[in-house]
Unconditional design. Structure first.
Length: 382
């Protein structure tokens, strides 16, 4: 059974069912299962190169793991797409048609996955494609996240308060002492509530602060930005004591025309990069969802075939069905599972029937309560 992330709800559930042809089950499934309320579809499972029963047992274990991995990959892709687009749209397109149409009218892709190849080769080919898709999506998303972080940092510099924002649009060269061997000018963002304290004390904060050198450069709702000129020798001491007064020295700012020109470009550049990578990750995740679903369904089909051969034997003589449940209707789904067990438990023989009814009493913990006497898998579409 697949497990869906708690943040995502299925837009449809299916049961994939395989039964021996001898059961002649279609009429009962159409008319009696859940009082005939569940849409029923034939599932076209091709004849594969079966190999030995030992090889099928090995493939069965491998297919179970891959099935779960691809389910998890699909879930992650949908989560990423929802995160990037800030949307939980249930529109899912596979090969230019709805996912429901694709699943309910599934056709094995014989041109891509040739049926003259052994099952082991098909499994390896499909799972390798899925693994590469998963890696590509993760890499693209990480690149986008980096670009988004860079843009947010640039945005804070552009639109934050005077204690953090970039100052390249505010300062002018005449406000600074430049090219002096002994003197320098520093910037201090002072909380508006402490401006009076600043004006009274900045000249005596250290030695050799130039009297009346404080000039207001800018002001916002929280801070007033000053320049102060002093001897370079006492710059670090002035900065340290400013912090003790809860002022904010802008030690990140150095007046350099080349640096300022780059800062002026930074916001536009990071914004353009973030937008470009966002569009790329949206395009890739939509494509990856389509491709990953196709990989996943093909793996499901192989798994149904392998399990059917292991349970019902060779030559393949079984019918395969899809039973649809709209949305997250687990009540109807669980009811259908119970009815299927009641109807077809005889396929497991007397031992199975007795086990299900008595649960082997003290050996109950050793019994796989998920085991069914026929092939049955959940398929959650998210």
């Amino acid at each position: 059974m697949s497990s869906t992330s708690s943040s995502l709800q299925p837009i449809a559930n299916y049961l994939i069912l395989s039964l021996p042809k001898s059961t002649n089950a279609r009429e009962w499934l159409e008319q009696s299962l859940n009082n005939g309320k569940q849409p029923l579809y034939n599932l076209k499972v091709p004849d594969f190169q079966s190999g030995t029963l030992d090889s099928l047992v090995q493939e069965s274990e491998e297919l179970s793991k891959i099935d779960q991995q691809l389910n998890g990959s699909v879930t992650k892709i949908v989560e990423l797409l929802n995160t990037v687009t800030s949307s939980t749209s249930t529109t899912r397109i596979i090969q230019s048609r709805s996912i429901f149409d694709y699943v309910q009218n599934f056709q094995w892709n014989t041109s891509k996955y040739r049926l003259d190849k052994p099952i082991s080769q098909l499994v390896k080919l499909i799972s390798s494609e899925a693994l590469q898709l998963d890696s590509d999506v993760k890499s693209s998303y990480q690149n986008y996240q980096t670009a988004k972080s860079n843009f947010l940092a640039a945005d804070r510099k552009k639109n934050g308060d005077l204690s953090i924002k970039s100052l390249h649009e505010l300062v002018k060269p005449e406000q600074f002492i430049l090219d002096s061997e002994h003197l320098t000018t520093i910037l201090i963002a002072v909380p508006n509530s402490l401006v009076s304290d600043f004006n009274k004390t900045y000249e005596t904060l250290t030695q050799f602060v130039i009297p009346r050198s404080a000039n207001i450069i800018a002001k916002d709702s929280e801070f007033t930005l000053f320049t102060v000129s002093l001897f370079k020798k006492y710059q670090q001491e002035f900065i340290n004591k400013s912090r003790e007064h809860k002022w904010h020295p802008r030690t990140d700012f150095i007046y350099d025309e080349d640096i300022l020109n780059n800062l002026r470009k930074e916001f536009d550049l990071t914004k353009a990069t973030e937008s470009k990578l966002k569009n790329e990750v949206i395009r890739l995740t939509k494509t990856a969802y389509s491709d990953m679903i196709q990989n996943w369904i093909h793996i499901k089909i192989i798994r149904v075939y392998v399990e059917s051969v292991l349970r019902y034997g060779l030559p393949p003589q079984f019918d395969d069905y899809l039973i649809k449940f709209e949305g997250n209707n687990l009540k109807n789904l669980n009811k259908a599972k119970k009815e299927l067990n009641d109807k077809f438990s005889y396929l497991g023989g007397n031992g199975y029937t007795e086990t299900k009814s008595n649960i082997l009493h003290e050996y109950a913990s050793l019994v796989d309560t998920e085991y069914e006497p026929f092939v049955l898998y959940d398929l959650e579409i998210i």
